[in-house]
Design a protein around this ligand. Structure first.
Ligand SMILES: Cc1ncc(COP(=O)(O)O)c(C=O)c1O
Length: 474
C-alpha cells in the first residue's frame, strides 16, 4: 500500500496513509523493537527445570506430529534481533543458516515488519486469478535489476523454489519439444518434486521413487583437476550425449555455485565453454539461483561471473522471500501451461520487493558489505585453522555470503557432531558437500557487524577445539 503510485486513489492507499494507521503502525513497530532489543546476544534457556521439561515436551509433541526427528531441537518463539533468534525455551542463538538461507536481513527486521503491516488489509494469499498490486511491484523490481546484456524478460512468482524449477523445466520442454532430456551436474540440488528429485544428484533423496532416465549428470568443475582437465571431461561427456541423443536435450541446468553440493564454483571460462556448446545444440541455459541469489557479491550469480547474455531462464527464491522464474521472450509459454492457485502471500511479495530495495544499498561489489564480512569470516576461520584449531579445520572457502569449512577429516559424523556442539553453545549452522562434508554458513550478513562475525567464529572455534580435546582423551 505505501508504495502505490500517487495517481491511484484506492481505499487501501488512503488507509495506509491515514494518520490513525500511521500512528498505530509506528506504535506497533516501536513495541516490537523494544522486545527485540532485549535480545542482545547468545543466552541459555531461561527458567527452571520445569520450564526446560516443558520445552522438551513441546519438541516431542511436534516430532510426533511430523513423524520425524528435527535436525536440531529448534522451535522458534517468533522473535529475534538481527542474527539472533529466540527459541521457545527462552534461549537465544546466533543463526548462521536462517532456515537454509531465508533471512538475509536477520530476524525481526523492522523494515520487513513495516511491509507486513502495510499489507495488513490485504487478502493473505495471491494467485494466478487474484494478483494484487504487490505481484506487479515485485515483478517490476526484479526485471529492472537483470543487468546489461540480459535477455530475460518475464517473471512468474510461485510459492517455492521447487515449483519455480518445475515451471522452468516445463517452459523449456514446451519450447524444445520433442526434446525432453536435461543436463545437470554431479552433486547438484534442484528440489523435492518428482522431476526435481531426478535432477538432484543424490539417490538418497529419491529412495523408492521412479527415475525416468531424463537427466544426465555432467562432472562439475574440479579445483584439483583444474580448468583444462575439468573442461575436457565435462565437454567430452556433453558432446557424447548430444551425439547419442540428437535433438533430445532440452536444457542445461546449473547452479553457478553449488549450494547443497558444497559451495563449489568454477572459473568463468568453464561456464562459457559449456554454455557455448549448449547454444550450438539449441539447448536452453537454465541457471538455478535459488540459493545463490543476492549472496555471491552481485544480485545474480550470473552477474558475478559476467554471464548475462547466456542465460535463457533463471530461478530465484530463499533470501528473496518469494520465489520466481524469469525467462526470455523465446521461452514465454503458451497459455495453459503455467498457473497456480497460490503465487505467494501478500506479505512475501511485499517483503520480496523490500529485499530488492535493501540489497541495492552498498552490499555488492569488491567494497560491498557482503565481501567485507565474508573476508572477515575467512580470515577468522583461517586463523583458527592455523592456531587453536590446528589440524581440526580445513578447506575454508567462501564466495560472498556462502561460507564453508571442513571440521576434522570431514566425515558426516564429524560435521554433525560439530553442528550439534555449535547449537548447544549458541550457534546454528548446517552441512553441505557429499564427502568430504562441510559446515555450511549462509549468515544473515544484512544484519551482521564485524563484532558478530568475531563472536560466531569464536564460538565455533571453542566448540571444535573442545571436541578435539575430548577426542585426544578418549
Ligand atoms: C539450488 C536450489 N534449488 C532448488 C531448491 C528448492 O527450493 P525450495 O526448498 O524452496 O523448494 C533449493 C533449496 O534448498 C536450492 O538450494
Amino acid at each position: 500500500m505505501a508504495s502505490l503510485r500517487p495517481e491511484f486513489h484506492t481505499e487501501a492507499q488512503c488507509l495506509a496513509r491515514s494518520e490513525k494507521f500511521l500512528a498505530a503502525k509506528k506504535e506497533l513497530i516501536r513495541s516490537l523493537e523494544e522486545s527485540s532489543a532485549k535480545i542482545r546476544g547468545v543466552r541459555p534457556a531461561s527458567g527452571t527445570e520445569g520450564a526446560r521439561q516443558a520445552y522438551s515436551e513441546l519438541i516431542t509433541r511436534y516430532v510426533s506430529e511430523r513423524g520425524r526427528e528435527l535436525y536440531f531441537p529448534f522451535l522458534g518463539s517468533g522473535i529475534g534481533s538481527g542474527p539472533y533468534v529466540e527459541l521457545m525455551d527462552g534461549s537465544v542463538k546466533m543463526d548462521l543458516i536462517t532456515g537454509i538461507g531465508i533471512n538475509f536481513f536477520g530476524h525481526s527486521n523492522p523494515e520487513m515488519i513495516s511491509e507486513m503491516i502495510d499489507g495488513i488489509a490485504a487478502d493473505p494469499m495471491q494467485g494466478n486469478l487474484q494478483p494484487g498490486v504487490e505481484a506487479h511491484e515485485f515483478s517490476e523490481a526484479l526485471l529492472s535489476r537483470l543487468g546489461g546484456g540480459s535477455r530475460l524478460r518475464y517473471v512468474w512468482p510461485m510459492c517455492s523454489g521447487t515449483m519455480v524449477n518445475e515451471v522452468a523445466l516445463k517452459i523449456i520442454r514446451q519450447k524444445r519439444a520433442p526434446a525432453t532430456r536435461v543436463f545437470a551436474f554431479e552433486d547438484c540440488f534442484a528440489g523435492r518434486s518428482t522431476a526435481m528429485q531426478e535432477l538432484t544428484d543424490n539417490p538418497k533423496y529419491r529412495e523408492g521413487q521412479p527415475v525416468y532416465g531424463e537427466v544426465f549428470h555432467l562432472p562439475f568443475y574440479s579445483k584439483t583437476a583444474g580448468l583444462e582437465r575439468s573442461l575436457t571431461l565435462s565437454l567430452g561427456r556433453m558432446r557424447e550425449e548430444i551425439k547419442r541423443y540428437p535433438n533430445r536435450y532440452a536444457a542445461l541446468m546449473i547452479e553457478l555455485v553449488q549450494g547443497e553440493g558444497g559451495f563449489n564454483f568454477a572459473p568463468r571460462e568453464f561456464y562459457v565453454a559449456l554454455f557455448e556448446e549448449a547454444k550450438r545444440a539449441g539447448i536452453a541455459v537454465w541457471v538455478d539461483e535459488i540459493q545463490t541469489f543476492g549472496r555471491t557479491g552481485e544480485l545474480f550469480a550470473y552477474q558475478k561471473f559476467n554471464l548475462n547474455e547466456w542465460v535463457d531462464v533463471v530461478t530465484v527464491g530463499k533470501m528473496l522471500q518469494a520465489c520466481a522464474v524469469i525467462f526470455s521472450e523465446e521461452y514465454n509459454p503458451k497459455p495453459g501451461l503455467v498457473a497456480g492457485t497460490f503465487t505467494g502471500s501478500t506479505a512475501a511479495l511485499r517483503t520480496a520487493r523490500k529485499t530488492l530495495e535493501l540489497l541495492s544499498d552498498g552490499y555488492f561489489g569488491a567494497d560491498g558489505k557482503i565481501e567485507r564480512l565474508s573476508s572477515r569470516f575467512v580470515r577468522n576461520l583461517n586463523a583458527l585453522a592455523d592456531g587453536e584449531c590446528k589440524g581440526m579445520i580445513s578447506d575454508v572457502r567462501a564466495i560472498g555470503g556462502m561460507i564453508a569449512f571442513s571440521p576434522f577429516s570431514g566425515t558426516m559424523d564429524e560435521v554433525k557432531s560439530s553442528l550439534l556442539r555449535f547449537f548447544d553453545n549458541g550457534v546454528i549452522a548446517f552441512q553441505c558437500g557429499h564427502g568430504p562434508y562441510s559446515v555450511r554458513l549462509l549468515p544473515p550478513l544484512g544484519a551482521m557487524t564485524d563484532a558478530d562475525v568475531d563472536v560466531a567464529c569464536r564460538i565455533m572455534g571453542e566448540c571444535i577445539s573442545a571436541i578435539g580435546a575430548e577426542r585426544r582423551l578418549s
